[in-house]
Design a protein around this ligand. Sequence first.
Ligand SMILES: C[S@@+](CC[C@H](N)C(=O)[O-])C[C@H]1O[C@@H](n2cnc3c(N)ncnc32)[C@H](O)[C@@H]1O
Length: 325
Amino acid sequence: MMRFLTEQDPQLKGETLRALHDITDKIFKGDCLEVVKTFPNSFVDLIVTSPPYAYNRKATYGGIPVQRYVEWFLPISEQLKRVLKSDGSFVLNIKERVVNGERGTYVYELVMAMRKQGWLWTEEYMWHKKNTYPGKWPNRFRDLWEHCHQFTKSRKFRMYQDAVKVPIGRWAEKRLAKLSETDMIRDESRTKSGFGKNVSNWVGRDLVYPGNVLHLATESSNKNHSATFPIDLPAWFIKLFTKKGDVVLDPFLGSGTTAVAATRLGRHFIGVELNDQYYRVALERIAKEQHRLARSLSVSVDQLLEPFLPKVTLRVPGGFDKALA
Ligand SMILES: C[S@@+](CC[C@H](N)C(=O)[O-])C[C@H]1O[C@@H](n2cnc3c(N)ncnc32)[C@H](O)[C@@H]1O
């Protein structure tokens, strides 16, 4: 059972206390390292984010040099680990670029360092950008994918697989029309990997579980941000790893995509964004989404956001107002 600090806690004497609903469904302007430090332990269900990539897009929002990336990120991931529930997930969308003709290795170095920090590198999902234009490079082909690394704190994490089922596809009509004897029993893998399949299990099913590659088009228009991810990307992970009413954190919120996805799916969000211009874009997008949703449900925005979170209080070292500024 998750436990929050309460006013009665002796260690809290003299410290600022706030209700949890003071930080949910809000975005904070500031450095996520400093802001997340003010949050309590173990209350976030899912973190999904796309940080600035190493030295990418320096002109737009500052980049972290490749050599310093891991040392810059580790204190942040330490705070993220602290605020994440023990059965929650952290999904990190990131990509290394090519420098001097070679792919960078900082993403892999970061994965190794985060494992040392105590994270489990549970799965690697891939975002396949299905709408990019063809091109010609002398020594490689167009880059069409990005990593979505899933980190967890334990092997027992929550996952709602049925929420992301996909249509079985046309192939099934022909394949399942006539089953062989082998199709009727579990057919063990010839490689002795322990995997096997029983084809007859698919008969009569319209929906099946997807693979770990997300085929999504990129979206960048009209968001006033040069590096947004498509709303379907955070939405897919939100459906897979949370249920309604859970809390989703994006510490590098950018134009607010994760918060919009969370609102649309009935989850609470918390966002942090350093850049004032993007912070304002995010505020506007979220407000629009909240109003749209409230209208469609015939309720007020206040009723929409009425937190169904437990009435708990939390500890904010150094004062909550600083974090809200
Ligand atoms: C790749 S973008 C995220 C885009 C976002 N996923 C979207 O769809 O709009 C990374 C964002 O992190 C912000 N950022 C960079 N350093 C930060 C920090 N230390 N704390 C909070 N935000 C930061 C940048 O301003 C940028 O908007």
